[in-house]
Design a protein around this ligand. Structure first.
Ligand code: ATP
Length: 623
């Protein structure tokens, strides 16, 4: 008898291995009554409605009209049996991608070859997340879980969780997964590196596995059931890689589409069928305009880095994709927004995309994790390069010499990283593409193995640079904000903000490339007069993360708060979480949220987004 979740997964794995091959049940047949071989989980015998039953959630918007309306139409065409005559698509045993499932490449194969692999993916300080404050708001919030065993994700997904070496869910997973499995819309804010990708992927994969959907109506057109949008090509690729691991041998097919790469190959992949499409907005709009993708069967929409996706640069494209094509409206599809930062004006804007959503904040909205040791150095513009060189020299010598010395703590962190991983990686953020090229060149000329990534490089160059950095061949990466969000590079020990961003949220995301999954990291910022507009929010952020704030920075902060900070967060950054709790929200005319009213404000409506960021310096992260 299994005594723990790990034991039961292990037992299930043995069982799966022992089971004869012919007993494999493809996903489109899993909800059918059992023939000779009973399903592993009784709950899998039902359609999506049984998920709600399990959760205990009985809110009006889910149990009632939300699910009984157009969503039922989704399933009504299912069950016609047989494969499709031509083309790809799921539910087709003879002609579509199902044919190739046995040949599904093992996405875990590389992990075994990974030289730095750890015995379990629990992180050095994973328990550091346990005490983190969590806030949820909205109607009938489903209760959190403590273990993966409590969540019925299905046998195949459980096996993949084990293959990922995830021992227990992270706090955002504990809360977000039950909410998503209950069919609820969600706006989730949790710190960088805290496992948000799995938090939206697991429920999507599980929902597709247990759901019943009609066959795609047209050949050569992809009709994904889930769409995951992210702001950069590299992040989309990473989410695709992760999702393929989580979906391995579930029968759920994940396809990625992003700009800068040949479209023909992506079209071929799409033709073979895509349950889950991970995409950057620009390439997706292209595919939609070519009528090679239809969104009419979308059942799940996830926006990763949602605040970035809804800010000025991306908003028109997102509106086009979500509101002006053939995607089902809020309430029919399930929408999930995730980020580490959620400015209130973006929360307000997001109302247009959500239906009676739950707001989840793990830690304070927009805060950084205190696993990252943050240092701010006063460095004049002209001295930045030599200062960086000192810093890199000190790092190369494991912190043991050099005029730059961050005392004992720094040495400890670097030594830990060096001893644990042999190869500590350093990510240096600059503001402009030209600046990235020039700093990369200068570092190389001075004997430091550096490469660069920014929006003016070809996709091939970008991918090469990232690969070379990840593998440790080039342990210094100079980057613009194109690498600021979402990228999960395991051995980044040090993030240097050579140029401090104008937007404190960008700073939060940049430093979040280290100190991930419970491990500690170091972030150094070069501050000077040019950054005074961000002094206040930087000092507040550091204080909140229990970091030492230099006295000179506090003086800058005091000065900038008198003069009025240009930073978009202004005074309310640390004030609240769910903006629906603000009195100004209720005064804005959208008063009836908790009564279940339709919140959609539309363009120019009183509750809509009227306050663009102003000069945010977001020049290089668009894909
Ligand atoms: N339950 C878990 N146990 C152990 N490790 C986990 C768990 N969930 C996720 N991870 C690992 O944590 C790391 C960070 O996860 P992820 O990239 O999803 O973070 P994130 O919250 O999306 O970060 P960001 O805000 O930077 O996008 C990844 O390496 C992932 O494999």
């Amino acid at each position: 008898m299994p005594t723990s979740w790990a034991d039961s997964v292990s037992a299930a794995e043995n069982l799966a291995a022992a089971r004869p091959r012919s007993s494999y049940v493809p996903p489109h047949l899993r909800n059918k009554p059992p023939s000779t071989d009973p399903p592993a989980h009784a709950s899998y015998a039902g359609p999506a409605a049984s998920v709600q039953d399990q959760s205990g959630y009985g809110g009006p918007n889910v149990g009632g009209s939300r699910w009984s309306g157009p969503r039922n139409d989704f399933r009504s065409g299912y069950g016609g049996g047989g494969g499709r005559g031509s083309g790809g698509g799921w539910n087709n045993r003879t002609g579509g991608w199902d044919r190739g499932r046995d040949r599904e490449a093992n996405p875990f194969a590389d992990d075994d070859a990974e030289p730095f692999v750890e015995p379990e993916n629990s992180g050095i300080n994973f328990d550091a997340y346990e005490d983190i404050p969590v806030e949820t708001s909205g109607d009938n919030v489903p209760p959190p879980v403590n273990t993966f065993a409590e969540i019925d994700l299905g046998e195949a997904v459980n096996l993949n969780i084990r293959r990922c070496k995830y021992v227990k869910p992270t706090p955002v997973q504990k809360h977000a997964i039950p909410i998503a499995l209950a069919g609820r819309d969600l706006m989730a804010c949790a710190q960088t590196g805290s496992g948000k990708t799995a938090a939206f992927c697991f429920p999507i994969i599980s929902g597709i596995m247990r759901g019943q959907f009609p066959r795609p109506p047209r050949p050569r057109v992809a009709f994904p059931l889930a769409l995951i949008l992210s702001p950069t090509r590299e992040l989309s690729c990473q989410i695709h890689d992760e999702a393929k691991k989580f979906a391995y041998q579930t029968g759920v097919r994940v396809v990625v589409a992003y700009g800068g790469a040949p479209i023909n190959q992506q079209l071929r992949e799409l033709e073979r069928g895509a349950h889950i499409l991970v995409a950057t907005p620009g390439r997706l709009v292209d595919l939609l305009e070519r009528a090679r993708v239809s969104l009419q069967m979308i059942r799940y929409l996830a926006l990763d880095e949602a605040d970035r996706m809804l800010d000025m640069g991306f908003e028109p494209q997102i509106r086009k994709i979500v509101q002006q094509m053939d995607m089902p409206p809020p309430g029919v599809r399930q929408t999930m927004l995730f980020s580490a930062t959620f400015p209130k004006e973006i929360q307000r804007l997001a109302l247009d995309f959500l239906s009676s959503y739950i707001f989840l904040a793990v830690g304070r909205v927009g805060s950084s994790t205190d696993l990252i040791v943050q240092r701010v150095e006063y460095v004049q513009e002209t001295d930045k390069r030599s200062h960086l060189m000192d810093l890199l020299h000190a790092q190369r010598a494991n912190g043991s010499h050099g005029k730059w010395n961050y005392q004992k703590l720094l040495v400890e962190i670097l030594m830990t990283v060096v001893f644990n991983y042999q190869q500590a990686l350093t990510l240096v953020f600059v503001e402009t593409k030209k600046g990235a090229d020039s700093l990369e060149h200068w570092l190389c000329m001075n004997g430091f193995p550096a490469t660069a990534i920014h929006g003016d490089r070809t996709q091939q160059e970008r991918e090469y640079a990232l690969r070379s950095f990840k593998t440790g061949n080039t342990p210094i990466l100079v980057a613009t904000d194109v690498a600021a969000r979402g990228l999960d590079i395991p051995h980044v020990a040090h993030v240097v903000n050579f140029d401090i961003p104008n937007d404190i949220d960008d700073y939060v995301h940049r430093i979040g490339r280290t100190g991930r999954a419970g491990k500690s990291g170091l972030a150094t910022a070069f501050f000077n007069e040019n950054n005074s507009s961000v002094a206040r929010s930087l000092a507040d952020l550091m204080q909140e993360a229990n970091q030492e704030v230099p006295a000179w920075l506090s003086r800058y902060a005091a000065r900038s708060s008198h003069g009025g900070s240009k930073n978009r967060r202004g005074g309310n950054r640390f004030g609240g979480r769910d903006f629906r709790k603000d009195s100004s929200f209720n005064r804005g005319g959208v008063t009836d949220y908790y009564g279940g009213a339709n919140m959609s404000s539309g363009y120019g409506a009183p509750g809509g987004y009227a306050a663009p960021y102003g000069d945010t310096g977001v020049t290089s992260a668009w894909d």
